[in-house]
Design a protein around this ligand. Structure first.
Ligand code: GLU
Length: 306
């Protein structure tokens, strides 16, 4: 059966913006008859205890998911198969570049900022074996396109650059773009709802999906929560997590109501919101989280706006 998902990285507590994205992912999935899956993206930057805390926070705002939680760290064999498939088709090459090599070469005027300059794309066998003795290689995709177009429910047609991006890091760990595509396909995920900071990754992922012969997914990149300076919400913005808000008298239900209000949805259980959820009415603008909505830590005199 088709599914949507929420896929947090266990790097710390979820803030109100992350919880809002999770609620939206649930609403998108449920309102379209899909299962809702939870995947822990723990290949990188894991903080001890963060996964358990995040699961508790998601449950506290009333989110329930179907089936067992999938952890990327337990799925090495699945990524290995995908890498072998790409390798068999001549779609990967070893790259020995350091970040600095890339930054220097990528400053060439004809390249898009951050684009891989192609340094290791056509190394000779002898160059490659010399470099192998110096440092471990990352595996990059031998991309045949410069850009790719995806369709997004909120953004319409979106075209973004695709370069020879990393598929396996030089420490042997699968890169985010590979893991996400492989996992979505193997979990039956055909609807990807996530923060719009990841919209620019979608063309790479959708292109990779074609090379892996897996079905394309439907995207909805939802607006982020931003602070007053219109920067991505972060812990330094004050009490923005369930833990810190509870110290100011907010329970999880009040936080959920705040999130639902910001989406123009009725307060109360998520099932009430689901009844009236309408994709065409999802806000297109970022959610500006003002201190008057979320009192900052230390400012306990501010009354929570329930
Ligand atoms: N793990 C990513 C994050 O927490 C999300 C990946 C995705 O939804 O594709 O930012």
């Amino acid at each position: 059966m088709n599914a949507g998902r929420f896929a947090p990285s266990p790097t710390g507590e979820l803030h109100v913006g992350n919880l809002r994205t999770a609620i939206l992912a649930w609403l998108f999935a449920r309102s379209t008859g899909r299962r809702f899956l939870l995947r822990v993206e723990d290949l990188d930057r894991v903080r001890a205890g963060a996964e358990a805390a995040q699961l508790t926070e998601l449950a506290a705002v009333g989110l329930a998911w179907d089936g067992a939680i999938v952890r990327q760290s337990e799925r090495t064999a699945v990524y290995d198969d995908a890498v072998a498939h790409l390798q068999r088709n001549g779609l990967l090459f070893e790259c020995f570049c350091t970040r600095r090599d890339i930054a220097e070469a990528a400053s060439a005027p004809h390249l898009l900022p951050g684009h891989y300059p192609g340094t290791c794309r056509s190394l000779s066998d002898s160059e490659r074996s010399r470099l192998r003795s110096e440092r471990p290689a990352a595996l990059r995709l031998r991309s045949a396109v410069e850009e790719w177009t995806v369709t997004d429910t909120l953004h319409g047609s979106f075209t973004g650059p695709v370069d020879d991006f990393v598929v396996v890091r030089n420490d042997g760990v699968p890169a985010y773009n590979l893991a996400v595509v492989v996992d979505d396909a193997s979990q039956g995920v055909d609807q990807v709802v996530r923060g719009d900071d990841l919209l620019s990754s979608a063309p790479r992922q959708a292109y990779l999906a074609t090379l892996l012969d897996v079905p394309r997914v439907e995207y909805a990149h939802v607006p982020l929560a931003l602070n007053r300076e219109r920067r991505r919400l972060a812990k330094r913005d004050g009490a923005v997590t369930l833990g810190s808000l509870s110290g100011l008298g907010w329970d999880a239900v009040s936080v959920r109501n705040l999130i639902l209000r910001s989406l123009g949805l009725p307060e109360g259980p998520l099932t009430d919101a689901l009844e009236v959820f309408d994709v065409s009415r999802v806000p297109r603008e970022p959610w500006i989280v003002e201190p008057s909505h979320l009192p900052s830590t230390g400012d306990a005199t501010v009354t929570p706006n329930r």
